[in-house]
Design a protein around this ligand. Structure first.
Ligand code: FMN
Length: 171
């Protein structure tokens, strides 16, 4: 599969087969994120890998995810970044926390496209309780957690969501 095809076929998947995802495949996903560009090459992103087991059950018990399908994914990638890693900038109107969001979004886009290539379904999920996730996983207070990404072999084939025409997004 080439990148164009991965971009074209990716769509949010919210129903997953019970099949587990191998550590080898998980490493492939994280390696794609690892290779993404980042501001000043700071690479502030961090991932907490949640598979079926004790930690996942703790998250479910704490009610960390608003939508129950997240609980059913065989793999949940908790996407974090540490804004404190950026050097203080004086010449542009960007803050470290903005860079953290930007860099994490780029890196996870790489991850999601690689997942698509490997036949996996994903969805970005921002409807989460960040405080609960931080508490259960002992994630430092200053880290951002903009979203989590449940991952699994697709058990649904939803209709693709419409997109605006090119002329609507070009200024
Ligand atoms: C930053 C972000 C946050 C999102 N949060 C949620 C969420 O909390 N729950 C959910 O079901 N989908 C969530 N989505 C998925 C979007 O609804 C979905 O990407 C959009 O409707 C386009 O559909 P597609 O991904 O199938 O192309 C989120 C997507 C993004 C990019």
């Amino acid at each position: 599969m080439d990148i164009r095809e991965a971009i074209n076929i990716r769509k949010s998947i919210r129903k997953y087969k019970k099949k587990q995802i191998s550590d080898e495949v998980i490493n492939e996903l994280l390696d794609a994120a690892r290779k993404a560009p980042s501001a000043k090459n700071v690479q502030s992103h961090k991932y907490f890998i949640v598979k079926d087991g004790v930690v996942k059950n703790k998250l479910i018990k704490a009610g960390a995810f608003k939508q129950s399908y997240v609980n059913d994914a065989p793999l949940i990638i908790i996407c974090c970044a540490d804004p404190s890693q950026y050097p203080k900038s004086t010449d542009v109107d960007e803050t470290p926390v903005n860079y953290a969001y930007i860099d994490l979004s780029i890196a996870t886009s790489f991850l999601v496209l690689r997942a698509t290539e490997l036949g996996l379904g994903t969805v970005f999920v921002a409807w989460i309780y960040r405080d609960k996730i931080k508490e259960v996983l002992n994630i430092p207070e200053n880290y951002i957690i903009p979203f989590v990404i449940p991952v699994g072999y697709p058990d649904e084939d939803p209709r693709p969501k419409p997109r605006k025409d090119l002329k609507e997004i070009i200024i």
